[in-house]
Write a protein that binds this ligand. Structure first.
Ligand SMILES: C[S@@+](CC[C@H](N)C(=O)[O-])C[C@H]1O[C@@H](n2cnc3c(N)ncnc32)[C@H](O)[C@@H]1O
Length: 299
């Protein structure tokens, strides 16, 4: 049978299983993966026969996809901001919305007048997609990336090595800012005169929404679950930030960038901790990104 025939069969299998919107694309990506060829190659050779090993692998992959496994976990790869990232069940699959977060930080770096050194803290780094992309784009930026999952940190470390930026990213295990605060001495050494920024894409999906979306069941709950109204983990981070700033455990970050679902935003901004942060920061929102910039006038 030819490539196009196999694609048709896979398309039907996926559609019947409820993979409606992306059935063709998924079939093409999985067959490219099984054949170790690009998608354009596949389409240009649609009347070619396939070897039996690739057929077996392709059938196995489409069956797993039909059972709901995300394509990125089947191929072990996901593209983010034009870079290819290793992914597995230990880390969230990078999402397009997070590219907006990276773009906001990038835009800020490019428009900011002061050319001082910068240090970015990426909290909840997961696959490392934010940290690695920023390190790749800005060779003078240093990054500290934290995560509560050691397995996710291992994936992030591999991605940093893959993109040759591991020497500029320090990966720390622990709860939000704690691993940084617990090493205040090292931390002060590390920051020197750099300007501190924070970027975070923390879990913000309300628990009930996760339960109602079986397609999310394959990704780590710890990477998605934001508690009853989606604000739980951000609230913890805001508390830690306020405490660290008031006790001078870390310098006041100049800017903070958070990814957030717009529907969660009212609850997030209503938190007493968010109100407290607004004493120091001007808060702006664009799509999925909440950015806080140091309010110089009021300090
Ligand atoms: C939504 S995922 C984002 C992953 C990655 N930054 C991205 O944008 O694709 C959230 C990440 O935060 C981590 N996380 C959850 N709770 C945390 C906590 N209390 N402290 C540190 N990391 C946490 C999860 O393990 C997960 O890797």
């Amino acid at each position: 049978m030819t490539i196009s025939k196999y694609l048709e069969i896979a398309h039907r299998r996926l559609t019947n299983a409820g993979v409606i919107d992306s059935a063709w694309l998924d079939a093409e990506v999985l067959l490219s993966f099984a054949l170790q060829r690009s998608r354009p190659w596949l389409l240009a050779h649609h009347d070619q026969q396939i070897n039996s090993v690739a057929i077996q692998q392709f059938n196995h992959l489409t069956m797993r996809r039909a059972r709901g496994e995300p394509v990125a976990y089947l191929t072990g790869e996901r593209e983010f901001c034009g870079l290819s990232f290793k992914v597995n069940q230990s880390a969230l699959i990078p999402r397009p919305a997070t590219e907006d977060l990276v773009e906001s930080v990038t835009h800020y770096f490019k428009t900011e007048k002061l050319k001082t050194e910068k240090l970015v803290i990426d909290i909840g780094t997961g696959s490392g997609c934010i940290a690695v992309t920023l390190a790749k784009q800005f060779p003078n930026v240093k990054i500290i990336a934290t995560d509560i999952s050691r397995d996710a940190l291992a994936v992030a470390q591999e991605n940093a090595e893959r993109h040759r930026v591991a020497d500029r990213i320090t990966f720390l295990h622990g709860n939000l800012l704690n691993p940084i605060i617990n090493h205040v001495g090292n931390w002060k050494l590390e920051i020197g005169n750099s300007r501190l920024m924070v970027a975070a894409n923390l879990p913000y999906v309300p628990s009930s929404v996760i339960a109602a979306k079986p397609e999310l069941a394959h990704e780590p709950a710890r990477a998605l679950d934001g508690g009853p109204d989606g604000t739980e983990i951000y609230q913890q981070l805001f508390c830690q930030l306020i405490n660290s700033i008031t006790h001078k455990l870390i310098p006041l970050p100049v800017s903070l960038f958070f990814e957030m679902e717009p529907t969660i935003l009212p609850a997030l901004l209503a938190l007493p901790e968010a109100k407290r942060l607004s004493r120091w920061y001007t808060i702006e929102r664009q799509n999925h990104v909440l950015s806080l910039h140091k309010n110089l006038k009021r300090r």
